[in-house]
Design a protein around this ligand. Structure first.
Ligand SMILES: Nc1ncnc2c1ncn2[C@@H]1O[C@H](COP(=O)(O)OP(=O)(O)OP(=O)(O)O)[C@@H](O)[C@H]1O
Ligand SMILES: [Mg+2]
Length: 260
């Protein structure tokens, strides 16, 4: 796996450069969390993702764990991970979102809180479980673990036994565990944590993600034996009708295992 992660890093250099240039141009970021004022088409889109996921994650004892991935940055992983977690919480389920993006994690920002004492601190033995698990201000059923202070070895922390033990513990305490990760065609961190989850959803952004990159991401996940649960097409622009909130819409489609 380590060899593979190095290989994927080198192979994706050019595309990473192009994607980061694109992301820099769009570097002004907002955090969008659904509320009572959210247009109904947006909440409905999240509700349908939630409903599809509830049946597509394999049934077994304990909470269900889902990793949210994308090939390249800025496609909306954190937006989707956070709001999906909130939708589960609104249905009275106990949910936790883990910010496994130790490079540029922004989950705490979505809740207007600081990212001190989080996952990297817990996994490196510098913070207790109780100090890193926080209740989100958005909903009492929704907790989160921020990315923590930046770590020099995120991949190794995420594949460690400490991470596995943490996931085992969270499965006993929560109905859903949503893991937000950095883009997998740039950093392999999602591959380190995926084996401790039930599968991945991949996020692509309409008019931004390239088909060949999606194929590469699927190949990478397949090679790493990650169960791909489905894909979310973010920011889908339906030209047939006018959309509210800048064409904000989601589309969920299941992908048969191994099929591109
Ligand atoms: N459907 C949408 N409509 C409008 N803006 C959106 C939509 N989805 C995401 N955004 C905005 O795009 C930006 C990037 O989203 P987000 O941070 O969720 O992406 P990301 O994939 O997690 O990025 P990174 O890989 O860098 O962590 C944010 O400012 C977010 O508010
Ligand atoms: Mg993100």
């Amino acid at each position: 796996m380590k060899f593979f992660s190095e290989m994927s890093r080198r192979m994706s250099e050019k595309r990473a450069y192009r994607a980061s240039r694109k992301a820099k141009k769009l570097s002004y970021r907002t955090e969008y969390v659904i509320s009572e004022d959210t247009p109904v088409n947006i909440t409905e889109a999240f509700r349908s993702i939630k409903a599809t996921l509830s049946v597509s994650v394999p049934q077994k004892e304990g909470g269900k764990a889902i990793v949210v991935t994308s090939g390249y940055p800025y496609v909306g992983k954190t937006t989707i991970a956070t709001n999906l977690a909130l939708m589960f919480a609104l249905s009275d389920m106990k949910v936790i979102i883990i910010d496994a993006d130790m490079h540029r994690g922004r989950v705490a920002k979505f809740f207007h809180e600081k990212s001190e004492n989080g996952l990297s601190d817990y996994l490196s033995g510098q913070a207790s479980y109780e100090s890193v698990v926080r209740t989100s201000p958005a909903n009492k059923n929704l907790s989160y673990i921020s990315c923590g202070t930046h770590s020099l070895r995120p991949y190794e922390l995420l594949e460690s036994d400490a991470m596995k033990d943490l996931m085992d513990r969270l499965r006993k305490e929560y109905d859903y565990i949503i893991v937000d990760t950095p883009p997998v065609l740039i950093l392999s961190d999602a591959l380190a944590v995926a084996p401790y989850t039930d599968g991945a959803i991949i996020v692509v952004r309409h008019e931004m993600s390239y088909l060949r990159d999606i194929e590469r991401e699927l190949d990478l996940l397949k090679f790493a034996k990650v169960n791909v649960l489905g894909a979310v097409i973010n920011d889908y622009k339906d030209t047939r009708k006018q959309k509210e909130y800048g064409g904000y819409s989601y589309y969920y489609d299941t992908i048969e295992k191994g099929k591109k």
